[in-house]
Design a protein around this ligand. Sequence first.
Ligand code: NYM
Length: 212
Amino acid sequence: MSCRRGALIVLEGVDRAGKTTQCQKLVHALQQSGRAAEMMRFPDRTTKIGQLISSYLEKKSNLEDHTVHLLFSANRWEMVPLMKQKLEQGINLVVDRYAFSGVAFTSAKPGFSLEWCMNPDIGLPKPDLVMFLQLNPNMAANRGEYGIERYETSAFQRTVHQRFEELMQDSSVNWKRYLQQQWRGQAHRCAFCRAGAGSGRSRLGTDRLHLG
Ligand code: NYM
């Protein structure tokens, strides 16, 4: 049986692109317009898996590269029942990073193909919209606290950006790119109609719920 469901909206981009701020604004805008909306983020550092990831990102521990990739994916999978429950309840989910970050960041490391990196996330709920916030990695590097966590170097972020560009070639994903000057205070305004959120047209179904 199908039912009205919320939209799954993902924000992606290199580190310090401003995703968290835009997610918060989007959730606020949706709520102001009378729609149920909640924010989620990946990695979710509150779970046991998330704590392993967090310690790795903070350079407090080392993990083998394939292992940490699979942990990032497992961190998404452990949230799937909750995500589906919320979507089925009609709650619009605004998600700060998703499987696309997983693929872009790991495949920026030597020896990792996009294909290998995508495999563990196949079958995750498919987003209705993926907003890519595009910021020049050099500008990102000037933002506060840049460089503290693992991966925060301009060279690595440039490669991550290239990988995102490759991922955006996939026309089966509803990508929308925002250049920095466009999204300042505006991205959240048009996200809602693009995702078709709350229209009642979106229904839970395998065609809409599977990556890849
Ligand atoms: N990251 C994030 C990955 O390497 N793989 C993933 O699957 C995800 C979701 O974690 N540098 C990286 C991107 C960031 C870092 O993200 C932490 P944030 O949004 O700064 O907490």
